[in-house]
Write a protein that binds this ligand. Structure first.
Ligand code: NDP
Length: 246
């Protein structure tokens, strides 16, 4: 059964990686899906084509998550394309791994602007458009709760911030039946965190399962939280990390 039939979802940062898997999965569950991307228009178009050729509806919108005006316009464009908004997935994010003492102010600002400010702006605009009973889902990180990987101190700070934003907002919008949740991936094989590489070795060692996860592991959790059976889950951080934080 299509659990999201008739719903409209916006997934930020969905031309590749976890976001693209989420967009495909929500569309497979029956949602019309708007995706945003920053640079790779061809990859975004491919996600749209894949969804359409499977019988779904999708559009791609260029919107840098660090650009508040572009993010606001993207939310409005999704609503004008599909008539409403039921689900926002704040997925766009970036990491610039390096020892904190070597990080530049520009690098710190970049992570804050995309991983935190972009989430606040997209959510703020979406809440004005969202119907009662909607879903706000943010992709945080297992490092937003427990830190074992050197080089991610500033990134972890942004992910800890979205965890607390989720908890605070859940209480504010509950009267509208809107749930707010934070899905926290552990190591997932993407361009941002490829399984082939020196940086992967300590991350694998930190998992209980001794392996990376797949983008579809996160998409499955997001689809569940977006769906009708998750109506009593709000303010939660749902960790999908192969036991990294166990
Ligand atoms: P990728 O780098 O593989 O993909 C990032 C996606 O986001 C691309 O579609 C990219 O679009 C888009 N994007 C990047 N920067 C921006 C921006 N400024 N504005 C809008 N879109 C942007 O990342 P992942 O799929 O690995 O990560 C997705 C989310 O999951 C992030 O929030 C990340 O922090 C989180 N996460 C990932 C983990 C992992 O191990 N992979 C672990 C824990 C959390 P474009 O191609 O146009 O640049």
């Amino acid at each position: 059964m299509a659990t999201l039939a008739g719903k409209v979802a916006l997934v930020t940062g969905a031309s590749r990686g976890i976001g693209a898997a989420i967009a495909r999965r929500l569309a497979a569950e029956g949602a019309s899906v708007a995706i945003t991307y920053a640079r790779d228009a061809d990859a975004a178009s491919q996600v749209v084509r894949d969804i359409e050729s499977a019988g779904g509806k999708a559009i791609a919108i260029r919107a840098d998550a660090a650009d508040a005006a572009a993010v606001t316009a993207a939310v409005e464009r999704a609503v004008s394309a599909f008539g409403k908004l039921d689900v926002l997935v704040n997925n766009a994010g970036t990491a610039i791994p390096k020892p904190f003492e070597e990080a530049t102010l520009e690098e710190m600002d970049r992570m804050i602007d995309i991983n935190l400010r972009g989430v606040l702006v997209a959510t703020h605009t979406a809440l004005r458009q969202m119907r009662d009973g909607g879903r706000i889902i943010t992709i945080g990180s297992s490092v937003g709760e427990r830190m074992m990987t050197p080089g991610l101190a500033a990134y972890a700070a942004t992910k800890g911030a979205v965890k607390m934003f989720t908890q605070g907002l859940a209480r504010e919008v509950a009267a509208r039946g809107i749930t707010v949740n934070n899905v926290q991936p552990g190591p997932i094989d993407t361009d941002l965190n490829p399984v082939a590489g020196d940086w992967a070795t300590p991350q694998i060692a930190n998992t209980a399962l001794k392996r990376y996860g797949h983008v579809n592991d996160i998409a499955a959790m997001v689809a569940f939280v977006a769906g009708p059976e998750a109506g009593f889950i709000t303010g939660a951080s749902l960790t999908v990390d192969g036991g990294t934080n166990a």
